[in-house]
Design a protein around this ligand. Structure first.
Ligand SMILES: Cc1ncc(COP(=O)(O)O)c(C=O)c1O
Length: 498
């Protein structure tokens, strides 16, 4: 009998695998040498002409597929791990967390329940407690404290907000339906439920409310881009007067545009007063709170019902790893804990992570956390975060030395925004010209002002990279200055304008 293809690959697995791992190491060691973005000649659909229109019937050699990495894959990559990459919010990378991902794929289990693969659930519970303790989260979020709360690993912040929104919805509806004096029906209540968030909140909350058939009130942020506390209170009161049912508020610790931080303490008091579920979205900035000295914005976290952040950002875990804590895991189970004959468990009262997500199957994400923490240690992980924060402060100081530029909002969690003083159009020109060079930046628009965002996300970014970026910014600015007829516009003295 001829050799099974799988056996054949087994024979070569180590040889080819070593080659692949070597490539990964070389890729990361040499990442500065790659232009951060693909050539501007690359247009949508470019790959179609380079690949056959149909799958191969017979196996192709590893050698030729390996060459595809260079000919097909690398040309289409934006190098998110490059220190020249400052787009959106950067995502993390570490070799130890990659080990975890490799093993997770290698085991190829889909441990949706404890019985389906006990270690998946066991390790996840412990990793969530490790992280919670490291951040000094209120004990209500820690499994170990046995107060009814705990955490789980999701794929994304979007999934997390969807899960807690549905849990909060079902909790509120069941509370109201259980009050027979109210004589309400499920869909009556559903149509009256109202959620609240600020106009700075990530679009994922809008998607989550659409998916869960909830109406969302978007509250205008204040001048510091925080959810306006008074405005929130007014809207809640108005909704109550109109017979509606406020039930959920989503706060930001680190908005996507500028990394603004809501006042959790004040909003928490309002949510307590009106019995709202308070969810905190700290997708990017949450890792910051591993370091004690950055915890000012964390005050009030004890008032939240749920809290989420993405260790795959500042904490440098390989994508994807998004951690969610809730104060009452039973509410999640009540909302999403469906069962089926084939899922029956001998342990009905334990955490089953299938209840924490939309899909049934799940990856062994806790292994990434385990390897990352074990092999790097928390001191190193925290030092990396501090380094990113310091580099952003350093760039901010450089930018502030130039009268033509302006940093309108506090620099937070290694993220800063800047603009050309008093000129949206010149900021746009600067942004466009910067991105014609070997740097990857994205922009935002806040209260009528166009801003260039500059998060320092890559753990490979160092002071020299920031100096290079600053030199580029200045060179382009000088260039614009020389060629721009509206010279006065760019050299006006600094003043705030909102
Ligand atoms: C503040 C904030 N919330 C939510 C998200 C959505 O993240 P995810 O891709 O994990 O759904 C982002 C994305 O960057 C974000 O910045």
């Amino acid at each position: 009998m001829s050799k099974n293809r799988q056996d054949f690959l087994n024979d070569d697995f180590i040889k080819n695998g070593e080659r692949l791992l070597k490539f990964v190491a070389e890729y990361h060691n040499n990442i500065r040498k790659f232009p951060v973005r693909p050539s501007p000649d690359l247009k949508p659909g470019y790959l179609r002409v380079m690949l056959p229109s149909k799958a191969n019937d017979k196996p192709i050699s590893f050698e030729s597929v390996f060459i595809d990495i260079f000919n097909l894959i690398l040309p289409g990559l934006v190098h998110w791990q490059s220190p020249k990459y400052h787009g959106y919010y950067p995502t993390g990378f570490s070799y130890p967390s990659l080990y975890g991902d490799i093993l997770s794929a290698a085991f190829s289990c889909i441990g949706f329940t404890w019985s389906a693969c006990p270690i998946y659930t066991e390790l996840e519970i412990i990793m969530m407690d490790w992280l919670a303790k490291e951040m000094d989260l209120p004990s209500k979020f820690i499994f170990d404290s046995k107060l009814g709360g705990g955490g789980g690993i999701e794929g994304s912040a979007s999934e997390s907000v969807l899960i807690v929104l549905i849990a909060a919805r079902e909790k509120k509806i069941s509370e109201l339906l259980s009050d027979s004096s109210k004589n309400m029906k499920y869909y009556d209540v559903l149509s009256k439920l109202r959620a609240y968030t600020s106009d700075q909140t990530h679009s994922s909350i809008i998607k989550a409310t659409r998916l869960s058939a909830i109406q969302l009130n978007i509250i205008e942020s204040d001048k510091d881009l925080r959810l306006g506390v008074e405005e929130l209170q007014i809207r809640i009161k108005q909704d109550l007067e109109n017979g509606l049912i406020p039930f959920f508020v989503c706060c930001n610790i680190g908005t996507t545009s500028t990394c603004a931080m809501d006042n959790i303490e004040e909003i928490g008091q309002i949510s307590k007063k009106y019995n709202l579920w308070l969810h905190i979205d700290a997708a990017y900035a949450g890792s910051l709170f591993l370091c004690k000295e950055y915890r000012q914005s964390f005050s009030g976290i004890n008032l939240a019902q749920s809290f989420n952040f993405n260790p795959h950002k500042l904490m440098s875990i390989c994508f994807d790893c998004s951690v969610l804590w809730v104060e009452d895991i039973n509410v999640i189970k009540m909302a999403l804990g469906l069962s089926a004959v084939y899922l029956k468990s001998d342990y009905p009262n334990i955490v089953e992570y299938k209840d924490w997500q939309v899909s049934l199957g799940r990856r062994f994400r806790s292994l990434k956390l385990y390897f990352h923490i074990k092999l790097l240690g928390m001191d190193f992980i925290k030092a990396q975060i501090r380094n990113n924060v310091a580099l952003a402060e350093y760039l901010g100081d450089l930018i502030r030395t130039d009268e033509r530029l302006y940093v309108p909002y506090p620099i937070a969690a290694g993220m800063l925004c800047f603009c050309v003083n008093k000129s949206n159009s010149l900021t746009q020109v600067l942004f466009k010209k910067l991105n014609e060079h070997d740097i990857y930046l994205t922009s935002t628009e806040v209260k009528g002002r166009f801003l260039i965002r500059f998060p320092i996300g890559s753990s490979k970014c160092d002071k020299e990279d920031v100096d290079d970026a600053w030199k580029l910014i200045k060179d382009i600015l000088n260039d614009i200055n020389d060629t721009n007829q509206d010279h006065n516009d760019i050299t006006q003295t600094r003043s705030t304008y909102i």
